[in-house]
Design a protein around this ligand. Structure first.
Ligand code: GLY
Length: 566
Protein backbone atom coordinates (compact mmCIF):
# COMPACT_ATOMS: atom_id res chain seq x y z
CA UNK A 1 0.00 0.00 0.00
CA UNK A 2 1.79 3.11 -1.19
CA UNK A 3 0.89 5.45 1.64
CA UNK A 4 1.97 3.16 4.46
CA UNK A 5 5.58 3.10 5.54
CA UNK A 6 7.52 0.51 7.46
CA UNK A 7 7.82 1.96 10.95
CA UNK A 8 11.54 2.33 11.48
CA UNK A 9 11.03 5.11 13.96
CA UNK A 10 8.17 3.53 15.77
CA UNK A 11 10.03 3.19 19.06
CA UNK A 12 9.58 6.90 19.61
CA UNK A 13 6.06 7.04 18.44
CA UNK A 14 2.78 6.18 19.94
CA UNK A 15 -0.70 6.25 18.61
CA UNK A 16 -4.09 5.84 20.02
CA UNK A 17 -7.43 5.09 18.62
CA UNK A 18 -10.53 5.01 20.74
CA UNK A 19 -13.82 3.94 19.31
CA UNK A 20 -17.29 4.34 20.66
CA UNK A 21 -20.78 4.38 19.33
CA UNK A 22 -22.48 7.04 17.25
CA UNK A 23 -21.27 10.18 15.65
CA UNK A 24 -18.02 11.30 14.26
CA UNK A 25 -15.24 13.73 12.93
CA UNK A 26 -12.11 14.79 11.01
CA UNK A 27 -8.59 15.89 11.73
CA UNK A 28 -9.16 19.63 11.43
CA UNK A 29 -11.94 19.82 13.96
CA UNK A 30 -10.34 18.36 17.05
CA UNK A 31 -11.83 14.88 16.88
CA UNK A 32 -8.63 13.43 15.45
CA UNK A 33 -5.31 15.01 16.30
CA UNK A 34 -1.62 14.46 15.97
CA UNK A 35 0.71 15.93 18.62
CA UNK A 36 2.82 18.84 17.42
CA UNK A 37 6.00 16.81 17.61
CA UNK A 38 4.33 13.99 15.64
CA UNK A 39 4.89 11.64 18.55
CA UNK A 40 1.33 10.43 18.91
CA UNK A 41 -2.10 10.58 17.38
CA UNK A 42 -5.60 10.33 18.75
CA UNK A 43 -8.97 9.76 17.08
CA UNK A 44 -12.24 9.71 18.97
CA UNK A 45 -15.80 10.77 18.29
CA UNK A 46 -15.63 13.68 20.73
CA UNK A 47 -13.20 16.62 20.69
CA UNK A 48 -13.34 16.80 24.49
CA UNK A 49 -12.25 13.18 24.75
CA UNK A 50 -9.50 13.76 22.21
CA UNK A 51 -8.45 16.81 24.21
CA UNK A 52 -8.31 14.71 27.39
CA UNK A 53 -6.00 12.29 25.61
CA UNK A 54 -3.84 15.13 24.27
CA UNK A 55 -3.57 16.65 27.77
CA UNK A 56 -2.32 13.37 29.14
CA UNK A 57 0.18 13.06 26.28
CA UNK A 58 1.40 16.60 27.01
CA UNK A 59 2.11 15.52 30.58
CA UNK A 60 4.43 12.82 29.33
CA UNK A 61 1.89 10.05 29.07
CA UNK A 62 2.01 7.44 26.36
CA UNK A 63 -0.65 5.97 24.10
CA UNK A 64 -1.89 3.65 26.81
CA UNK A 65 -2.49 6.55 29.21
CA UNK A 66 -4.04 8.62 26.45
CA UNK A 67 -6.39 5.85 25.31
CA UNK A 68 -7.69 5.34 28.84
CA UNK A 69 -8.00 9.12 29.42
CA UNK A 70 -10.08 9.37 26.25
CA UNK A 71 -12.26 6.44 27.24
CA UNK A 72 -12.90 7.95 30.67
CA UNK A 73 -13.72 11.34 29.17
CA UNK A 74 -16.11 9.72 26.70
CA UNK A 75 -17.93 8.24 29.70
CA UNK A 76 -18.60 11.82 30.83
CA UNK A 77 -19.37 13.67 27.61
CA UNK A 78 -20.70 10.77 25.57
CA UNK A 79 -22.27 8.65 28.29
CA UNK A 80 -25.06 7.55 25.99
CA UNK A 81 -22.47 5.52 24.07
CA UNK A 82 -19.93 4.24 26.53
CA UNK A 83 -18.72 4.48 30.07
CA UNK A 84 -17.68 2.57 33.14
CA UNK A 85 -21.10 0.89 33.26
CA UNK A 86 -20.34 -0.82 29.94
CA UNK A 87 -17.84 -3.15 28.36
CA UNK A 88 -15.04 -3.03 25.84
CA UNK A 89 -12.62 -4.96 23.72
CA UNK A 90 -9.10 -3.63 23.31
CA UNK A 91 -6.39 -4.79 20.96
CA UNK A 92 -3.09 -3.43 22.19
CA UNK A 93 0.24 -3.54 20.43
CA UNK A 94 2.66 -2.89 23.25
CA UNK A 95 5.90 -1.10 22.60
CA UNK A 96 7.90 -4.31 22.66
CA UNK A 97 6.03 -5.64 19.66
CA UNK A 98 3.65 -8.01 21.41
CA UNK A 99 -0.08 -7.79 20.97
CA UNK A 100 -2.86 -8.52 23.43
CA UNK A 101 -6.61 -8.72 22.96
CA UNK A 102 -8.26 -7.64 26.21
CA UNK A 103 -11.83 -8.76 26.80
CA UNK A 104 -13.83 -6.44 29.04
CA UNK A 105 -17.16 -7.68 27.75
CA UNK A 106 -20.04 -7.76 30.22
CA UNK A 107 -21.08 -11.08 31.74
CA UNK A 108 -24.59 -12.26 32.51
CA UNK A 109 -25.29 -12.27 36.26
CA UNK A 110 -25.17 -15.67 37.97
CA UNK A 111 -28.92 -15.48 38.56
CA UNK A 112 -29.57 -15.12 34.80
CA UNK A 113 -31.27 -17.94 32.92
CA UNK A 114 -31.86 -18.92 29.31
CA UNK A 115 -35.51 -17.86 29.16
CA UNK A 116 -35.39 -14.90 31.52
CA UNK A 117 -37.00 -12.63 28.94
CA UNK A 118 -39.70 -15.07 27.87
CA UNK A 119 -43.02 -14.21 29.46
CA UNK A 120 -46.02 -16.48 28.77
CA UNK A 121 -44.12 -18.02 25.87
CA UNK A 122 -43.45 -14.63 24.30
CA UNK A 123 -40.11 -12.89 24.18
CA UNK A 124 -40.38 -9.57 26.01
CA UNK A 125 -37.63 -7.52 24.37
CA UNK A 126 -38.29 -4.52 26.57
CA UNK A 127 -36.87 -6.46 29.51
CA UNK A 128 -33.53 -7.07 27.78
CA UNK A 129 -33.25 -3.43 26.69
CA UNK A 130 -34.45 -1.29 29.57
CA UNK A 131 -34.19 -1.39 33.33
CA UNK A 132 -32.76 -3.73 35.92
CA UNK A 133 -32.72 -6.95 33.91
CA UNK A 134 -31.00 -5.51 30.84
CA UNK A 135 -27.49 -5.16 32.23
CA UNK A 136 -24.51 -7.42 32.37
CA UNK A 137 -21.60 -6.96 34.78
CA UNK A 138 -19.52 -4.09 33.35
CA UNK A 139 -15.97 -4.88 32.24
CA UNK A 140 -14.38 -1.68 30.95
CA UNK A 141 -12.87 -0.64 34.29
CA UNK A 142 -11.01 -3.96 34.55
CA UNK A 143 -9.43 -3.42 31.12
CA UNK A 144 -8.47 0.21 31.74
CA UNK A 145 -6.93 -0.66 35.08
CA UNK A 146 -4.95 -3.48 33.52
CA UNK A 147 -3.72 -1.30 30.67
CA UNK A 148 -2.53 1.47 32.98
CA UNK A 149 -0.83 -0.92 35.34
CA UNK A 150 0.85 -2.73 32.51
CA UNK A 151 1.87 -0.03 30.06
CA UNK A 152 0.94 3.38 31.40
CA UNK A 153 3.64 5.97 31.95
CA UNK A 154 1.67 8.20 34.32
CA UNK A 155 0.08 7.68 37.68
CA UNK A 156 -3.57 6.62 37.52
CA UNK A 157 -4.67 9.92 39.10
CA UNK A 158 -3.14 11.88 36.23
CA UNK A 159 -5.00 9.80 33.65
CA UNK A 160 -8.33 10.28 35.44
CA UNK A 161 -7.81 14.03 35.97
CA UNK A 162 -9.21 15.40 32.68
CA UNK A 163 -12.36 13.26 32.93
CA UNK A 164 -12.91 14.23 36.55
CA UNK A 165 -12.64 17.90 35.59
CA UNK A 166 -15.19 17.41 32.81
CA UNK A 167 -17.63 15.70 35.17
CA UNK A 168 -17.13 18.25 37.96
CA UNK A 169 -17.05 21.43 35.93
CA UNK A 170 -19.57 20.26 33.35
CA UNK A 171 -19.77 20.75 29.62
CA UNK A 172 -22.33 22.35 27.34
CA UNK A 173 -24.38 19.66 25.65
CA UNK A 174 -24.70 20.03 21.90
CA UNK A 175 -27.75 19.76 19.68
CA UNK A 176 -27.21 16.07 18.96
CA UNK A 177 -26.91 15.20 22.65
CA UNK A 178 -30.03 17.26 23.40
CA UNK A 179 -31.92 15.42 20.66
CA UNK A 180 -30.90 12.10 22.17
CA UNK A 181 -32.19 13.20 25.55
CA UNK A 182 -35.47 14.34 24.03
CA UNK A 183 -35.89 11.07 22.12
CA UNK A 184 -35.31 8.99 25.22
CA UNK A 185 -37.01 11.30 27.71
CA UNK A 186 -39.95 9.04 28.64
CA UNK A 187 -37.77 6.05 29.44
CA UNK A 188 -35.09 8.10 31.20
CA UNK A 189 -37.80 9.57 33.42
CA UNK A 190 -38.67 6.12 34.76
CA UNK A 191 -35.44 5.90 36.77
CA UNK A 192 -34.89 8.46 39.51
CA UNK A 193 -31.09 8.27 39.44
CA UNK A 194 -31.18 8.91 35.70
CA UNK A 195 -33.75 11.68 35.78
CA UNK A 196 -31.72 13.49 38.42
CA UNK A 197 -28.76 13.77 36.06
CA UNK A 198 -30.27 13.95 32.59
CA UNK A 199 -33.60 15.74 33.08
CA UNK A 200 -34.57 19.03 34.70
CA UNK A 201 -36.71 19.41 37.83
CA UNK A 202 -39.86 19.15 35.72
CA UNK A 203 -38.68 15.93 34.11
CA UNK A 204 -37.87 17.62 30.82
CA UNK A 205 -34.72 16.89 28.81
CA UNK A 206 -31.92 19.44 29.07
CA UNK A 207 -31.78 21.68 26.00
CA UNK A 208 -28.71 22.23 23.82
CA UNK A 209 -26.30 24.57 25.56
CA UNK A 210 -27.15 23.33 29.05
CA UNK A 211 -24.06 22.73 31.14
CA UNK A 212 -24.24 19.12 32.23
CA UNK A 213 -22.48 18.66 35.57
CA UNK A 214 -22.11 15.12 36.95
CA UNK A 215 -20.82 15.37 40.54
CA UNK A 216 -21.59 11.75 41.41
CA UNK A 217 -19.74 10.44 38.39
CA UNK A 218 -16.83 12.71 39.37
CA UNK A 219 -16.87 11.17 42.85
CA UNK A 220 -16.84 7.66 41.44
CA UNK A 221 -13.95 8.54 39.13
CA UNK A 222 -12.02 10.00 42.07
CA UNK A 223 -12.44 6.77 44.00
CA UNK A 224 -11.35 4.78 40.96
CA UNK A 225 -8.36 7.04 40.50
CA UNK A 226 -7.32 6.44 44.10
CA UNK A 227 -8.26 2.80 44.60
CA UNK A 228 -8.30 1.35 41.10
CA UNK A 229 -10.57 -1.45 39.94
CA UNK A 230 -10.87 -2.81 43.46
CA UNK A 231 -13.25 0.01 44.35
CA UNK A 232 -15.42 -1.06 41.45
CA UNK A 233 -15.39 -4.84 41.73
CA UNK A 234 -14.79 -5.46 45.44
CA UNK A 235 -15.86 -2.24 47.08
CA UNK A 236 -18.48 0.40 47.56
CA UNK A 237 -19.64 0.62 43.97
CA UNK A 238 -20.61 -3.05 43.73
CA UNK A 239 -22.53 -2.67 47.00
CA UNK A 240 -24.53 0.24 45.62
CA UNK A 241 -25.40 -1.69 42.48
CA UNK A 242 -26.65 -4.67 44.50
CA UNK A 243 -28.75 -2.40 46.67
CA UNK A 244 -30.45 -0.85 43.65
CA UNK A 245 -30.85 -4.15 41.85
CA UNK A 246 -32.53 -5.82 44.82
CA UNK A 247 -34.93 -2.91 45.16
CA UNK A 248 -35.80 -3.10 41.46
CA UNK A 249 -36.10 -6.84 40.86
CA UNK A 250 -32.68 -6.96 39.21
CA UNK A 251 -30.37 -9.96 39.31
CA UNK A 252 -26.92 -8.41 39.67
CA UNK A 253 -25.24 -8.99 43.02
CA UNK A 254 -22.01 -7.83 44.64
CA UNK A 255 -20.71 -11.35 44.17
CA UNK A 256 -21.10 -10.96 40.37
CA UNK A 257 -18.80 -7.95 40.52
CA UNK A 258 -16.33 -9.83 42.72
CA UNK A 259 -16.33 -12.73 40.23
CA UNK A 260 -15.78 -10.54 37.15
CA UNK A 261 -12.51 -11.12 35.29
CA UNK A 262 -11.05 -9.30 32.33
CA UNK A 263 -9.90 -12.03 29.94
CA UNK A 264 -6.95 -12.09 27.62
CA UNK A 265 -7.98 -13.56 24.31
CA UNK A 266 -5.86 -14.88 21.52
CA UNK A 267 -6.11 -12.22 18.79
CA UNK A 268 -7.54 -13.36 15.45
CA UNK A 269 -4.75 -13.06 12.89
CA UNK A 270 -5.26 -13.35 9.16
CA UNK A 271 -3.43 -12.30 6.01
CA UNK A 272 -4.86 -9.95 3.41
CA UNK A 273 -2.83 -9.11 0.32
CA UNK A 274 0.49 -9.01 2.16
CA UNK A 275 -0.83 -7.39 5.34
CA UNK A 276 -1.59 -9.02 8.64
CA UNK A 277 -5.00 -8.17 10.06
CA UNK A 278 -5.22 -8.54 13.83
CA UNK A 279 -8.72 -8.58 15.22
CA UNK A 280 -10.75 -9.58 18.24
CA UNK A 281 -12.00 -13.16 18.55
CA UNK A 282 -15.10 -14.53 20.25
CA UNK A 283 -17.09 -13.36 22.14
CA UNK A 284 -16.71 -10.71 19.51
CA UNK A 285 -17.75 -11.80 16.07
CA UNK A 286 -15.82 -8.83 14.69
CA UNK A 287 -12.36 -10.30 14.22
CA UNK A 288 -13.67 -13.57 12.80
CA UNK A 289 -15.96 -12.00 10.24
CA UNK A 290 -13.69 -9.13 9.22
CA UNK A 291 -11.11 -11.85 8.47
CA UNK A 292 -13.65 -14.11 6.80
CA UNK A 293 -15.04 -11.41 4.51
CA UNK A 294 -11.53 -10.29 3.53
CA UNK A 295 -10.54 -13.92 2.91
CA UNK A 296 -13.52 -14.39 0.60
CA UNK A 297 -12.69 -11.18 -1.24
CA UNK A 298 -9.15 -12.35 -1.72
CA UNK A 299 -10.43 -14.62 -4.52
CA UNK A 300 -11.31 -11.49 -6.51
CA UNK A 301 -8.98 -8.85 -7.88
CA UNK A 302 -10.99 -5.87 -6.68
CA UNK A 303 -8.87 -3.45 -8.68
CA UNK A 304 -9.93 -5.15 -11.92
CA UNK A 305 -13.64 -5.26 -11.15
CA UNK A 306 -16.00 -2.44 -12.03
CA UNK A 307 -17.37 -0.38 -9.14
CA UNK A 308 -20.67 -2.27 -9.45
CA UNK A 309 -18.99 -5.66 -9.41
CA UNK A 310 -16.83 -4.65 -6.45
CA UNK A 311 -19.81 -3.59 -4.34
CA UNK A 312 -21.73 -6.69 -5.43
CA UNK A 313 -19.08 -9.24 -4.44
CA UNK A 314 -18.43 -7.39 -1.19
CA UNK A 315 -22.14 -7.59 -0.36
CA UNK A 316 -22.24 -11.29 -1.21
CA UNK A 317 -19.20 -11.92 1.00
CA UNK A 318 -20.88 -10.05 3.87
CA UNK A 319 -24.02 -12.15 3.46
CA UNK A 320 -22.07 -15.41 3.64
CA UNK A 321 -20.18 -14.29 6.74
CA UNK A 322 -23.29 -13.12 8.59
CA UNK A 323 -25.05 -16.44 7.88
CA UNK A 324 -22.15 -18.14 9.64
CA UNK A 325 -22.26 -15.58 12.41
CA UNK A 326 -25.90 -16.35 13.17
CA UNK A 327 -25.22 -20.07 13.38
CA UNK A 328 -21.80 -20.48 14.94
CA UNK A 329 -20.87 -17.48 17.04
CA UNK A 330 -21.15 -17.13 20.80
CA UNK A 331 -19.02 -16.93 23.94
CA UNK A 332 -16.32 -19.57 23.32
CA UNK A 333 -16.53 -20.68 26.94
CA UNK A 334 -20.06 -21.89 26.19
CA UNK A 335 -20.26 -22.47 22.43
CA UNK A 336 -17.98 -24.32 20.02
CA UNK A 337 -16.78 -21.70 17.55
CA UNK A 338 -14.82 -23.29 14.67
CA UNK A 339 -11.41 -21.76 14.08
CA UNK A 340 -11.63 -22.60 10.42
CA UNK A 341 -14.25 -19.93 9.91
CA UNK A 342 -11.20 -17.81 9.14
CA UNK A 343 -9.36 -20.38 7.04
CA UNK A 344 -8.48 -19.30 3.53
CA UNK A 345 -9.51 -22.69 2.17
CA UNK A 346 -12.96 -22.35 3.64
CA UNK A 347 -13.21 -18.80 2.31
CA UNK A 348 -12.15 -19.98 -1.14
CA UNK A 349 -14.97 -22.55 -1.11
CA UNK A 350 -17.45 -19.84 -0.14
CA UNK A 351 -16.15 -17.44 -2.78
CA UNK A 352 -17.06 -20.01 -5.47
CA UNK A 353 -20.72 -19.49 -4.58
CA UNK A 354 -20.46 -15.82 -5.60
CA UNK A 355 -21.44 -15.07 -9.19
CA UNK A 356 -20.65 -11.76 -10.83
CA UNK A 357 -23.96 -11.71 -12.66
CA UNK A 358 -26.46 -12.22 -9.86
CA UNK A 359 -27.10 -12.67 -6.15
CA UNK A 360 -27.01 -15.95 -4.29
CA UNK A 361 -30.50 -16.36 -2.87
CA UNK A 362 -29.83 -19.64 -1.09
CA UNK A 363 -27.20 -18.53 1.41
CA UNK A 364 -27.20 -20.45 4.65
CA UNK A 365 -24.40 -21.09 7.11
CA UNK A 366 -21.49 -23.26 5.95
CA UNK A 367 -19.38 -25.77 7.86
CA UNK A 368 -15.65 -25.16 7.94
CA UNK A 369 -13.20 -28.08 8.16
CA UNK A 370 -12.89 -29.74 11.58
CA UNK A 371 -15.74 -27.62 12.86
CA UNK A 372 -16.28 -29.97 15.77
CA UNK A 373 -12.70 -30.12 17.06
CA UNK A 374 -10.75 -27.06 15.98
CA UNK A 375 -12.30 -24.35 18.09
CA UNK A 376 -11.56 -20.82 19.27
CA UNK A 377 -9.72 -20.73 22.59
CA UNK A 378 -11.62 -21.23 25.76
CA UNK A 379 -8.68 -20.05 27.83
CA UNK A 380 -6.75 -16.91 28.42
CA UNK A 381 -3.24 -16.28 27.25
CA UNK A 382 -0.73 -14.05 28.93
CA UNK A 383 2.08 -12.17 27.23
CA UNK A 384 4.49 -10.15 29.38
CA UNK A 385 5.20 -6.66 28.04
CA UNK A 386 7.33 -3.74 29.19
CA UNK A 387 8.31 -0.32 27.83
CA UNK A 388 6.28 2.68 26.82
CA UNK A 389 6.97 3.85 23.29
CA UNK A 390 5.48 2.28 20.17
CA UNK A 391 2.11 1.38 21.72
CA UNK A 392 -0.83 1.05 19.34
CA UNK A 393 -4.26 0.78 20.85
CA UNK A 394 -7.68 -0.03 19.41
CA UNK A 395 -10.48 -0.04 21.96
CA UNK A 396 -14.12 -0.47 21.11
CA UNK A 397 -16.28 0.22 24.11
CA UNK A 398 -20.06 0.51 24.60
CA UNK A 399 -23.07 0.53 26.88
CA UNK A 400 -24.94 -0.87 23.84
CA UNK A 401 -27.89 1.29 22.77
CA UNK A 402 -28.49 4.95 23.72
CA UNK A 403 -27.86 5.35 27.47
CA UNK A 404 -27.75 1.54 27.79
CA UNK A 405 -30.45 0.24 30.11
CA UNK A 406 -31.35 3.91 30.87
CA UNK A 407 -30.45 3.28 34.49
CA UNK A 408 -28.00 5.47 36.36
CA UNK A 409 -27.36 3.79 39.68
CA UNK A 410 -28.10 6.46 42.33
CA UNK A 411 -25.00 7.81 44.01
CA UNK A 412 -22.62 6.59 41.29
CA UNK A 413 -23.33 8.60 38.13
CA UNK A 414 -22.82 5.33 36.24
CA UNK A 415 -25.00 4.54 33.22
CA UNK A 416 -25.64 0.78 33.21
CA UNK A 417 -25.35 -1.08 29.92
CA UNK A 418 -28.08 -3.10 28.23
CA UNK A 419 -25.72 -5.62 26.76
CA UNK A 420 -27.99 -8.54 27.71
CA UNK A 421 -29.87 -7.67 24.50
CA UNK A 422 -26.89 -8.93 22.52
CA UNK A 423 -27.72 -12.48 23.58
CA UNK A 424 -30.03 -14.49 21.35
CA UNK A 425 -32.80 -14.37 23.95
CA UNK A 426 -34.87 -16.69 21.79
CA UNK A 427 -32.99 -18.39 18.97
CA UNK A 428 -34.18 -17.07 15.63
CA UNK A 429 -35.80 -13.91 17.06
CA UNK A 430 -33.92 -10.74 16.03
CA UNK A 431 -32.30 -8.42 18.57
CA UNK A 432 -32.26 -4.62 18.45
CA UNK A 433 -29.95 -4.74 15.40
CA UNK A 434 -32.14 -7.26 13.57
CA UNK A 435 -29.50 -9.92 14.19
CA UNK A 436 -30.61 -13.47 14.73
CA UNK A 437 -28.59 -16.03 16.65
CA UNK A 438 -28.61 -19.64 17.72
CA UNK A 439 -28.13 -21.54 20.99
CA UNK A 440 -24.43 -20.67 20.68
CA UNK A 441 -25.40 -17.18 21.84
CA UNK A 442 -28.17 -18.16 24.25
CA UNK A 443 -28.23 -16.73 27.79
CA UNK A 444 -26.39 -18.52 30.60
CA UNK A 445 -25.05 -17.37 33.98
CA UNK A 446 -21.59 -15.83 33.68
CA UNK A 447 -21.67 -15.94 29.86
CA UNK A 448 -20.61 -13.04 27.61
CA UNK A 449 -23.04 -11.95 24.89
CA UNK A 450 -21.85 -12.01 21.32
CA UNK A 451 -20.58 -8.72 19.98
CA UNK A 452 -19.76 -7.17 16.62
CA UNK A 453 -17.10 -4.86 18.02
CA UNK A 454 -14.03 -5.07 15.83
CA UNK A 455 -10.99 -3.25 17.17
CA UNK A 456 -8.39 -4.02 14.52
CA UNK A 457 -4.70 -3.51 13.92
CA UNK A 458 -3.09 -3.78 10.51
CA UNK A 459 0.51 -4.91 10.33
CA UNK A 460 3.07 -4.87 7.53
CA UNK A 461 6.22 -6.91 7.97
CA UNK A 462 5.30 -7.43 11.59
CA UNK A 463 4.91 -3.73 12.41
CA UNK A 464 1.68 -1.83 12.93
CA UNK A 465 0.67 0.54 10.14
CA UNK A 466 -2.93 1.18 11.01
CA UNK A 467 -5.35 0.98 13.93
CA UNK A 468 -9.06 1.15 13.30
CA UNK A 469 -12.50 0.26 14.49
CA UNK A 470 -16.05 1.47 14.33
CA UNK A 471 -19.37 1.86 16.07
CA UNK A 472 -22.79 0.83 14.92
CA UNK A 473 -23.76 -2.72 15.89
CA UNK A 474 -23.26 -5.21 13.06
CA UNK A 475 -22.26 -2.45 10.65
CA UNK A 476 -19.03 -2.25 12.66
CA UNK A 477 -17.81 -5.36 10.87
CA UNK A 478 -18.71 -4.12 7.42
CA UNK A 479 -17.36 -0.61 8.07
CA UNK A 480 -14.00 -2.05 9.08
CA UNK A 481 -13.89 -4.32 6.02
CA UNK A 482 -14.65 -1.42 3.69
CA UNK A 483 -12.07 0.84 5.34
CA UNK A 484 -9.50 -1.91 4.78
CA UNK A 485 -10.34 -2.71 1.16
CA UNK A 486 -10.53 0.99 0.32
CA UNK A 487 -7.04 1.59 1.69
CA UNK A 488 -5.37 -1.70 0.74
CA UNK A 489 -6.99 -2.53 -2.62
CA UNK A 490 -8.04 0.88 -3.88
CA UNK A 491 -5.12 2.71 -2.23
CA UNK A 492 -7.32 5.59 -1.18
CA UNK A 493 -5.96 8.04 1.38
CA UNK A 494 -7.48 7.33 4.77
CA UNK A 495 -10.01 10.17 4.80
CA UNK A 496 -11.33 9.15 1.38
CA UNK A 497 -11.35 5.49 2.35
CA UNK A 498 -13.70 6.37 5.19
CA UNK A 499 -15.79 8.76 3.12
CA UNK A 500 -16.63 6.36 0.29
CA UNK A 501 -20.27 5.22 0.09
CA UNK A 502 -20.83 2.22 2.35
CA UNK A 503 -22.87 -0.92 1.99
CA UNK A 504 -24.05 -3.32 4.65
CA UNK A 505 -25.49 -6.82 4.33
CA UNK A 506 -26.06 -9.03 7.37
CA UNK A 507 -27.80 -12.01 5.71
CA UNK A 508 -31.03 -11.54 7.70
CA UNK A 509 -32.90 -9.47 6.75
CA UNK A 510 -32.02 -10.21 3.12
CA UNK A 511 -31.43 -6.58 2.27
CA UNK A 512 -28.49 -4.67 0.88
CA UNK A 513 -28.20 -1.32 2.61
CA UNK A 514 -26.52 1.32 0.49
CA UNK A 515 -25.71 4.84 1.54
CA UNK A 516 -27.71 7.51 -0.21
CA UNK A 517 -24.51 9.18 -1.37
CA UNK A 518 -23.92 6.32 -3.82
CA UNK A 519 -24.67 7.01 -7.47
CA UNK A 520 -28.01 6.09 -9.00
CA UNK A 521 -26.09 3.99 -11.49
CA UNK A 522 -24.56 1.87 -8.73
CA UNK A 523 -27.88 1.52 -6.96
CA UNK A 524 -29.64 0.52 -10.18
CA UNK A 525 -26.88 -1.94 -11.10
CA UNK A 526 -27.03 -3.68 -7.72
CA UNK A 527 -30.81 -3.88 -7.98
CA UNK A 528 -30.52 -5.49 -11.42
CA UNK A 529 -28.13 -8.08 -10.01
CA UNK A 530 -30.92 -9.16 -7.67
CA UNK A 531 -30.10 -7.31 -4.47
CA UNK A 532 -33.00 -6.20 -2.36
CA UNK A 533 -31.92 -2.56 -2.08
CA UNK A 534 -32.55 -0.38 0.96
CA UNK A 535 -31.43 3.23 1.44
CA UNK A 536 -29.36 4.04 4.44
CA UNK A 537 -27.46 6.88 5.75
CA UNK A 538 -25.25 8.58 5.97
CA UNK A 539 -24.26 6.10 8.65
CA UNK A 540 -21.29 4.74 10.52
CA UNK A 541 -18.54 5.91 12.78
CA UNK A 542 -15.08 4.69 11.92
CA UNK A 543 -11.94 6.01 13.57
CA UNK A 544 -8.57 5.14 12.12
CA UNK A 545 -4.95 6.11 12.37
CA UNK A 546 -2.37 5.14 9.77
CA UNK A 547 1.34 5.67 9.63
CA UNK A 548 2.34 7.15 6.27
CA UNK A 549 5.42 8.75 4.80
CA UNK A 550 4.15 12.05 6.23
CA UNK A 551 3.89 10.48 9.67
CA UNK A 552 0.67 9.71 11.54
CA UNK A 553 -2.62 10.41 9.79
CA UNK A 554 -5.58 10.41 12.14
CA UNK A 555 -9.11 10.41 10.79
CA UNK A 556 -12.35 10.25 12.64
CA UNK A 557 -15.56 9.60 10.79
CA UNK A 558 -15.96 12.23 8.04
CA UNK A 559 -19.75 11.98 8.28
CA UNK A 560 -19.72 13.56 11.74
CA UNK A 561 -19.00 16.99 10.43
CA UNK A 562 -21.84 16.68 7.95
CA UNK A 563 -24.21 15.70 10.75
CA UNK A 564 -23.03 18.50 13.00
CA UNK A 565 -23.58 21.04 10.27
CA UNK A 566 -27.24 20.12 9.91
N1 GLY B 1 -23.51 -3.97 21.63
C1 GLY B 1 -23.11 -4.05 20.30
C2 GLY B 1 -22.04 -5.03 20.05
O1 GLY B 1 -21.31 -5.36 20.97
O2 GLY B 1 -21.92 -5.51 18.96
Amino acid sequence: MRHFLPLKVLQLMVTVCVFCSAVVCAEMTGYARVTQDGRAAVATVQPRATEAAMAVLAEGGNAIDAAVAAALALGVVDGHNSGIGGGCFAVVHWADGTIEALDGRETAPMLASRDMYVVDGQLNRELSRTGALASGIPGSVAVYDYMLKKGGALKREAVYRPAIALAEQGFAIDQIYAERLARNRDVLARFSGTAEVLLDDNGQPWPAGHKLVQPELAKTYKQLAQQGAEYFYQGELAKRVELWMKANNGLIRQSDFARYQMLKRTPVRSQYRGYEVVGFGPPSSGGVHVAQILNILQSFDLTKLSELQRYHVTAEAMKLAFADRAFWLGDPAFADVPKNLISETYAASLSKTIALDGTNKAVTHGTPAKAEINLFDKHTTHIAVADKAGNWVAITTTVNTDFGSKVIIPGTGMVMNNQMDDFAAQPGVPNVYGLVGSEANGIAPGKRPLSSMSPTLLLKDGRPVMTLGAAGGPTIITQVVQALINTIDLQLPLAQALSAARIHHQWRPDALYLEKSASLELRGGLHKLGHNMKDLGPYGSTQAIAFTKEGFVAVSEPRLEQRNRR
